[in-house]
Design a protein around this ligand. Structure first.
Ligand code: PLP
Length: 502
């Protein structure tokens, strides 16, 4: 098979894959080391016919994949894969180039600068974040972790420039106990002291201004220097939203405390204006130094692609611009074009803006809004069923397309947290042993719970109904087997669903 035939075949097979997703088990059933056993121990000496290679992809790789776009994928947060994005990735890789300076491929930089302004408009971000402002600006990073690292490096460099006498070991980076591990990791990589502030169930796991105030006072009195706070809109465990308005009110007394907001998953919901107020967009627009959301999660763009906006691009370039002679260029030297290598950690970058451009044009703002609001509607239905259930209860307020709940049969209301945790671990183990649903667990201040997140484009109301029925089936089976005598009552009249394996 020649390369051209292989190309047509690949597109056909990719289409087939997406069309048949629903019929596949969502989770892979392979054991560790399966691929080493199946593949030769070294590369072939002579080149092989492409048909063999393409067939081996089907035979060996597909069975080892988790199907993140499967309609029954409710784990972690979603990761998108759209046909428009696939085509953009094809075009982008067909002219592969590292795009580090404007001059190395002007289209790559210019499209990214335009697209980041489109995305900023789509989300309702303040114009001071637009590239066209020439003061602030946006850049596509690989991931939210890179975005935090870049923001932290910029904040550190700004702080040290303003306070040259301060020793690095006295700087403090603030997160909360619910911040994604990216905060701790940034501290680890940069050798910084990290303080995780406590949040409570009563506050829906959101950071409050008073907690921050006490910590900042304690630390400054002890001779430390607060220089960055990583706030979150939509925490990983429960979709919590830090009280950025209160935080900003405290932070105004610390002019060099950089506020970064990580909205890796939830930020994309700002495409629907009705969620902007409740999810703190006005505070983001008024106060924060940098803001990140990852369209590759819940935004129809395939991995990778995390959007980072900063209020002052100068803080990025002051921290990250290192220009040896071989990287000099006419427009870079003159400052008449963006050189994105100075806005990120690495030198080169993929041509990611192409997939944003293709998807946004093909779907339009309305298409984006419909996708997000459909997911939220499905989650509202799911959450409603949990509220009405005799078996399950929500652990914290549902957030956008996410519901965190646990098995807590009304008939077992005498059970306390440790016993309920044991029950829920057993319940989750049953769900995790199935290959027809992907769902993940978490711990919220000592409460073991299950998190359900809707985001696959193919998920329908019937899939959500099915997952509810499946969970009831597993819950009842568990209660019958292991908790005989104290069993619960069924909450919904849905028949037991068959399943692939157990
Ligand atoms: N922030 C939040 C709130 C997340 O939920 C996640 C991952 O799920 C991340 C950051 C990490 O994202 P990335 O893998 O893009 O670094």
């Amino acid at each position: 098979m020649n390369a051209e035939q292989a190309g047509y075949q690949a597109i056909d097979r990719i289409c087939d894959y997406h069309v048949t997703l629903r019929d596949r088990p969502v989770l892979s059933q392979v054991e560790p080391g399966y691929l080493r056993k199946a593949l030769p121990s070294s590369a072939p000496t002579e080149g092989e016919d492409f048909q063999l290679i393409a067939d081996d992809y089907q035979k060996y790789i597909i069975p080892g994949l988790t199907h993140w776009q499967h309609p029954s994928f409710f784990a972690y947060f979603p990761t998108s894969s759209t046909f428009e994005g696939i085509l953009a990735e094809l075009y982008a890789s067909s002219t592969s180039n590292p795009g580090f300076n404007w001059s190395v491929s002007p289209a790559c930089t210019e499209l990214e600068a335009v697209i980041m302004d489109w995305m900023a408009q789509l989300l309702g971000l303040d114009e001071s974040f637009y590239n066209i402002s020439e003061v602030g600006g946006g850049v596509i990073q690989t991931s939210a972790s890179d975005s935090v690292l870049v923001a932290t490096v910029a904040a550190r460099s700004r702080y040290i420039r303003e306070h040259p006498q301060v020793a690095m070991e006295n700087l403090v980076l603030y997160t909360t106990t619910q911040t994604h591990s990216l905060g701790k990791k940034a501290g680890l990589i940069l050798g910084l002291k990290v303080r995780a502030l406590g949040v409570t169930a009563q506050d829906d796991f959101a950071l409050r201004g008073d907690t921050l105030k006490v910590a900042l006072e304690e630390d400054t009195n002890a001779g430390f220097h607060p220089f960055i706070l990583i706030g979150t809109v939509g925490t990983t465990s429960s979709g919590a939203v830090d009280r950025l308005d209160e935080i900003a009110d405290v932070a105004k007394h610390y002019p060099f405390l950089w506020l970064h907001v990580d909205a890796a998953w939830a930020g994309v919901a700002f495409v629907c204006p009705e969620y902007r107020e409740a999810y703190q967009l006005p505070a983001i627009n008024s106060y924060v130094d940098s803001f990140c959301t990852s369209f590759y999660k819940w935004g129809l763009i395939q991995f990778d692609g995390s959007c980072l906006w900063v209020r002052h691009r100068k803080h990025l370039t002051d921290a990250l611009d290192i220009t040896p002679e071989f990287l000099r260029s006419k427009h870079g030297n003159a400052g008449t074009a963006i050189d994105y290598r100075n806005w990120q950690l690495g030198l080169g970058k993929r041509f990611r803006s192409l997939k944003f451009w293709f998807v946004l044009r093909a779907r339009g703002v309305k298409g984006f809004q419909k996708y997000i609001s459909d997911c939220i509607k499905l989650n509202t239905k799911f959450a409603q069923s949990i509220y009405e259930s005799e078996l399950f209860s929500v652990v914290t307020k549902p957030s956008l397309a996410m519901t965190v709940f646990r098995l807590a049969p009304k008939s077992l209301c005498q059970l306390r947290t440790p016993e309920l945790n044991t029950l829920n671990r057993a319940f989750y183990a049953r769900l995790a042993a199935r290959n027809d649903i992907a769902i993940t667990q978490t711990d919220l201040n000592g409460v073991f719970c299950i998190r359900m997140v809707i985001g696959a484009e193919q998920t329908l109301e019937s899939d959500v109904e099915r997952v509810l029925a499946l969970m009831e089936y597993e819950a009842m089976a568990l209660l019958k087997n292991q908790w005989e005598g104290i069993g619960g009552r069924r909450g919904r009249k849905t028949d037991v669903v068959p399943f692939h394996s157990h």
